[in-house]
Write a protein that binds this ligand. Structure first.
Ligand code: HEM
Length: 344
């Protein structure tokens, strides 16, 4: 595929973001059932069907170039969206290696990595980058290794150090988040940063998830889905910028909800890193408008039922309790009451 594959689009102001018919078809619809409740929904991150978002270790899609431009804009306004405590630099190199090797292997038409010992040559054609550097030598890159590579990779990334039988969030690049703040959370432990989540603690979800993650092995990554709702195709729904995007939630109407309400799906993966023993948590965000989603009848039916049955605490935490009646009114038109089958 040539460089024409990438859209020139915006995730702010005039919102020119659009999914092509192909992107709609491969959208990672996250609901295997008509009901939703928090669970330890992790599975091995193994290659999936060709063309699906699971085909490769990291999915590079038609929004790549524009998402990277949006990230650069967020960072220019708020450099604290990217932070790395001093002991996390080695984990940053581990991450750089993982992304460069994966991209070059899976998308050789766009990326290449050549190595002569520790002398590496990285070419990123879509972003027009050609960089020679010395692996593990911080002075040879224009910025730290985590920042360098995550300015070139879609989705947010956090790096967790493991000690005292827990994980500590101690570095990250977070510009496309669902209303949480790296600057607030940095230095917290697994249970501390998850404290605001309702219901899941009582169900033991976080105790079990942490136990699982502490035993995560290098070379055996896992994945899970998370989801929420976003009005307008906005990547940066951060608490820092809440005054800019929060009020938009009060302007939905029956006429504009199909175009403006988006299902926001996060494909979250977890990898143990080889040198630092840290865990990287890439959080890849996919947006789809309701009007595009309902072109797939089984998704429309199921989303209606999930939104209708979602416990109030979850709809409140996810920030759409106010608009739930409008969503149900819209989605109910596409639910014929037929049973749905388990799975996607
Ligand atoms: C929410 C980070 C792994 C389950 C969150 C939030 C953050 C976060 C920052 C938002 C909390 C807030 O409201 O401020 C992370 C990081 C992880 C990780 C850095 C990697 C180590 C997991 C795993 C699970 C999980 C393995 C598996 C059960 C959840 C759930 C929510 C949540 C259920 C609520 C999401 C929602 O309803 O939208 N996580 N998480 N997390 N996390 Fe994690």
């Amino acid at each position: 595929m040539s460089l024409d594959y990438f859209h020139d689009e915006t995730f702010r102001n005039d919102y020119t973001f659009r999914n092509s018919p192909r992107a709609i078809k491969r959208f990672p619809f996250p609901f295997p059932e008509d009901d939703y409740m928090y669970s330890v929904n992790m599975e091995p991150h193994v290659p999936g069907r060709p063309g699906s978002v699971f085909e490769h270790t990291f999915d590079v899609d038609e929004h790549y170039v524009s998402e990277m431009r949006d990230r650069a804009q967020v960072l220019a306004q708020d450099p604290l969206r990217c932070q790395s405590l001093p002991h996390m630099t080695l984990a940053g190199w581990d991450l750089l290696e993982l992304i460069m090797e994966s991209f070059a292997r899976d998308y050789p038409q766009w990326f290449s990595l050549t190595k002569d010992g520790n002398h590496w040559h990285w070419i990123n054609r879509p972003l027009n980058i050609d960089q020679k550097f010395t692996f593990l030598d911080d002075t040879t890159l224009p910025c730290g290794p985590m920042e360098y590579i995550t300015r070139q990779a879609q989705g947010d990334f956090t790096l967790q150090d493991q000690r005292d039988d827990t994980l500590w969030i101690e570095a990250g690049m977070v510009t496309t988040q669902a209303d949480w703040s790296l600057d607030f959370d940095i230095g917290m432990s697994f249970h501390e940063w998850h404290a605001p989540v309702p219901v899941a603690h009582e169900l033991g979800v976080f105790d079990r998830a942490l136990k699982f993650l502490l035993a995560l092995q290098h070379g055996a990554p896992v994945r899970r889905f998370n989801w929420t709702m976003t009005v307008d195709p906005l990547l940066d729904t951060s608490p820092e910028n809440y005054p800019k995007w929060g009020p938009g939630k009060t302007t939905l109407t029956p006429e504009n909800i199909g175009a403006r309400q988006h299902l926001r799906v996060e494909l979250q993966t977890l990898f143990r890193l080889p040198r630092s023993n840290a865990i990287v948590f890439p959080i890849r965000c996919y947006l789809i408008s309701f009007q595009d989603l309902v072109t797939q009848p089984k998704w429309a039916r199921r989303l209606h039922r999930v939104v209708r049955g979602l416990p109030e605490e979850l709809a409140t935490y996810k920030g759409f309790i106010r608009n739930r009646p409008l969503m149900l009114e819209y989605l109910s038109q596409f639910d014929d009451g037929q049973p749905t089958s388990p799975g996607w």
